[in-house]
Design a binder for this molecule. Structure first.
Ligand code: B3K
Ligand code: ZN
Length: 897
């Protein structure tokens, strides 16, 4: 597609029409032969009685294939009986019921888009969501066409001993009658009707681990994880996670697995984390492989979360799927909600909540405020791959979470039961999901549904008034939502605000004026205010003292909250609030205020090396460090200063250098003031303890490494040595990487040589482990040293880097441009030029990855003018490329509007 000669057309939700035909049965035959792989497809089609139109012709999707033949009911069509173009095959005259046979050739060897059938290292694999199946065979490639699949794969026996597809294996053997045949086949049958996007095929020389699971109704399921032989020792954590997820889904949602076998395959070249193909999940190695020596705590948690997420899709996505791609959040938002609650149950709920909210508030809020902002259920898209976004996934999760909280656990469960029961085997909409919730609760959720249709992050402006004489506290909350590309003015949202009031000695009882206490909860210190109007006032009476409000507990809605907390209020919340999320959030707000003080000094040209830092922050941190009764995970979270990305979100114009240096200065001052306490924490840790990825041990490690990170800002030789020791002798990758990252960023005397040595030894030791090499690339790409870009350019020439492997691109290019603001936003624009070069190269090779890399550029209007101009230049250079992919074209053109 060329952006110049034909602008790609946007697809609109309002244009949705039911399919004209249904495909009852899909029979596929793959003859895997490298660059000339032949796919024969036999489809049984019936005219859809629910279709709105009745055309004589039928158009199927298909691209990047060579048509060999097409037949209807066994009769080969002449070339004047069909029309073929780059994106479709139109059969000019079709009966109401017929069998369509197409034969086509495809070239998986050279398919670098990693969509459709492609080769990853030595194996063939597929990725069909959203619209990759049309690169495999001509089809009605849309999620509301669901079919039963029979798949036969034929391939070389020696090279591809393992042949997998969806469902249950029904036959396998050698090809032909020749006993010495070097080719074999396997036939799989998936009895569950599914859309083509859930199709999968794998052929490779793979090993597997096996386990079993007995479902709640007593059925035996075989579980297999397939990997290259060298990775067999990294599958146990995924298997354990899978079994936990299967049990949890039965207990929490009453959902049971429905085939005899569940398989996971790990592949190295993958555009995203994983894919929930029916019975045959395909995973990026980064989301399935784990062992302590190679994988960090975060990696272990990612594996657990992603394995669960993909497994949960078996019901929320596969059994009940999406009518069209505008409904993507129907499966993704709900499934993220399911995996988030699962991970919370497996580990620490507060830590999980804080991590998720941090992601949402930094990256999703930025997306919602930028040129790519779209509702959870978008109204239009040019390329659907661009809509696998934080909004659809993470904000979609928040919307389901709000529903779950508004209904309460019992009703929500009744609602999901009804949803699954009503729509099993169907392709449905977010409306259907909400309708099930309405049916079980009797609530009218009409206004709530605006969360699906209106983009933008609502802002709650909270003011209060204390009436000492009456003992009354008046809380006024006004809501507003900034304009976004799809709509200038927004209607009020239905927003649940969970809250409590804090007195000097703890939580105060809540008496809402004119309202009886909630008899159900028995807890009168916590309530949920439901906002539905542009402005509402809530009055609390019989209060003994002026309270400090604890608002938006557990982040009860995806909104920005503005309330003018004094620093003393924040200190009170940090130590006294019952809600873990609000305690953490108060620590963040206090730190933001303190860092902003220093930023002001920086902007005035003051020397901030010895910045004065509000004692209240230091004192609050000291209490956290000294209180041994506190949960270590909470302490680690609360001591972690807000990220540069979150600080950037707090200002209209992002002053990259001021943020970076002021945050660093505050960290140094805190470290100096609390050196003894931090050392005590660091030294109390037993580095010889065997590694376990439990919530308790993860918490201990993270607190110890937070302490190390503070201490390393002091640039003392002794600490440098301690850090080097940790790097050298740690028995797990979490501690190794924590130390390596500190060494890479250290400004201590002698750090340069320690760093060089550590980095080169690390690579020599780990070069055979791609996922460890990714971490090695990432730690260098995110270095604060002024030569980081030069290092990144060098690393692109290093044998460690594979130019077309998405994990390597994310580790080096993605990490540099998203997580290294001071270097990416270099005043000379070289960071931008570098990223534009990468995008232009990948535009042809892998459009999805190229479009993803544009994200930092979409924020260009948030920076000072000089940087804006340079970013715009880079964007215009990309836009001028004559053969832009749809993916890149959509993001660039919307960004430059
Ligand atoms: N459903 C897939 C994402 C597919 C992305 C296609 N570009 C993974 C997931 O969300 O579970
Ligand atoms: Zn998903």
């Amino acid at each position: 597609m060329s952006a110049r000669d034909a602008q790609p057309k946007a697809i609109q939700l309002k244009d949705y029409r039911p399919p004209e035909y249904r495909i009852e049965r899909t029979e596929l035959h793959f003859d895997l032969r490298g660059d000339k792989t032949r796919v024969t497809s036999k489809l049984t089609l019936h005219r859809n009685p629910d279709a709105e139109t009745h055309a004589q012709s039928l158009t199927l999707n298909g691209q990047d294939m060579t048509l060999v033949s097409v037949a209807i009911d066994g009769r080969k069509l002449d070339s004047d009986e069909y029309r073929l173009d780059d994106e479709s095959l139109t059969l000019l005259s079709v009966p109401d019921t017929f069998e369509l046979t197409t034969v086509g050739d495809i070239d998986p060897e050279h398919n670098t888009s990693l969509e459709g059938l492609y080769k990853s290292r030595t194996m063939y694999c597929t990725q069909c969501e959203a619209e990759g199946f049309r690169k495999i065979t001509w089809y009605l490639d849309r999620p509301d066409v669901m079919s039963e699949f029979f798949t036969t794969i034929e391939a070389d026996k020696a090279q591809f001993p393992v042949l997998l597809s969806n469902g249950n294996l029904i036959e396998e053997g050698d090809v032909g009658n020749d006993r010495h045949s070097d080719r074999h086949f396997a036939t799989w049958h998936d009895p569950h009707k599914k859309p083509a996007y859930l199709f999968a095929l794998v052929a490779g020389n793979l090993e597997h681990i096996e386990d079993h699971f007995t479902t709640q109704s007593g059925r035996q399921v075989t579980l297999r994880i397939f990997v290259e032989e060298k990775d067999l020792d990294k599958c146990d954590h995924a298997m354990t996670s899978l079994k936990h997820a299967m049990r949890w889904d039965e207990e929490t949602y009453g959902r049971e697995y429905d085939l005899d076998i569940f398989m996971i395959v790990a592949v190295d070249d993958f555009n995203m984390g994983a894919m929930e193909n029916k019975g045959l999940n395909i995973f990026n190695t980064a989301c399935v492989l784990a062992k302590p020596e190679t994988t960090t705590d975060a990696g272990f948690q990612r594996v657990e979360g992603v394995v669960a997420h993909e497994y949960f899709h078996n019901w929320s996505g596969n059994r009940v799927t999406c009518r069209d791609w505008f409904q993507l959040s129907l499966k993704e938002g709900f499934t993220v909600y399911r995996d988030a609650t699962f991970s919370a149950d497996m580990g620490s709920p507060t830590v999980k909540r804080v991590e998720d909210v941090s992601l949402l508030r930094t990256l999703q809020f930025a997306e919602d405020a930028g040129p790519m902002a779209h509702p959870v259920r978008p109204d239009s898209y040019i390329e659907i791959s661009n809509f696998y976004t934080l909004t659809v996934y993470e904000k979609g999760n928040e919307v389901v979470r709000m529903l779950a909280n508004l209904l309460g656990p019992e009703e929500f469960r009744k609602g999901t039961d009804l949803y699954f029961e009503r729509h099993d085997g169907q392709a449905v909409t977010t409306e259907d999901f909400v309708a099930a919730m309405e049916a079980v609760s009797g609530r009218d959720l009409t206004q709530f549904k605006r969360w699906y249709s209106q983009a933008g992050t609502p802002v709650l402006t909270v003011t209060d008034h204390w009436d000492e004489d009456a003992g009354e506290y008046h809380l006024t909350i006004a809501q507003s939502c900034p304009p976004t590309p799809e709509s200038q003015s927004k209607q009020p949202f239905h927003i649940p605000v969970a809250m409590g009031l804090l007195g000097s000695a703890g939580a105060l009882p809540l008496h809402r004026k004119g309202q009886a206490p909630d008899p159900e909860t028995g807890d009168n210190t916590h309530t949920v205010l439901e906002l539905t109007e542009p402005e509402q006032t809530f009055v609390f009476e019989r209060l003994p003292e002026k309270p400090v409000p604890s608002l938006l507990r557990n982040f009860s809605a995806p909104v920005k909250l503005r309330y003018d907390y004094s620093r003393d209020d924040l200190v009170r919340l940090m130590s006294g609030d019952d809600d873990g999320f609000c305690r953490w959030d108060a620590s963040q707000q206090l730190a933001i205020q303190v860092i902003q003080d220093v930023m002001q000094a920086y902007e005035q040209g003051d020397d901030i090396a010895t910045a004065s830092v509000d004692e209240r922050l230091v004192d609050a941190y000291r209490s956290l460090l000294q209180d041994t009764s506190l949960d270590k995970a909470m302490v680690a979270l609360m001591l972690t200063l807000p990220s540069e990305a979150y600080l950037a979100e707090q200002s209209d114009t992002i002053q990259v250098e001021a943020i970076h240096h002021s945050r660093a200065a505050v960290k140094r001052v805190v470290a100096q003031a609390l050196k003894d306490d931090l050392r005590a924490i660091y030294e109390a840790y037993d580095h010889r303890k065997p590694y376990r990825p439990t919530a308790e041990d993860i918490a201990e490690r993270s607190l110890k490494n937070v302490a190390l990170s503070y201490l390393m800002t002091l640039s003392e030789p002794e600490l440098l040595e301690a850090c080097e020791q940790q790097y050298r002798y740690a028995n797990n990758m979490t501690d190794t990487m924590a130390a390596l990252s500190e060494l890479v960023n250290s400004e201590a005397k002698g750090a340069d040589s320690v760093r060089e040595k550590a980095l080169s030894e690390f690579y020599d030791y780990w070069k055979a482990e791609p996922l460890v090499v990714d971490q090695w690339l990432r730690v260098q790409a995110t270095s604060h040293h002024p030569k980081a870009l030069e290092t990144v350019l060098e690393l692109q020439k290093h044998p460690a880097f594979e130019a077309n492997n998405p994990n390597k691109i994310r580790a080096l290019v993605g990490a540099f441009s998203n997580a290294n603001p001071v270097n990416f936003h270099r005043a000379d624009g070289e960071g931008y030029r570098f990223l534009a070069d990468q995008i232009l190269r990948l535009n042809k090779v892998n459009p999805q990855i190229a479009a993803r890399l544009l994200t930092p550029f979409t924020r260009w209007r948030r920076y000072p003018e000089s940087l804006q101009a340079l970013m715009k230049q880079a964007l215009e250079r990309i836009k001028a490329e004559p053969a832009l992919s749809k993916d890149v074209y959509e993001v660039v053109s919307k960004t430059l509007v």
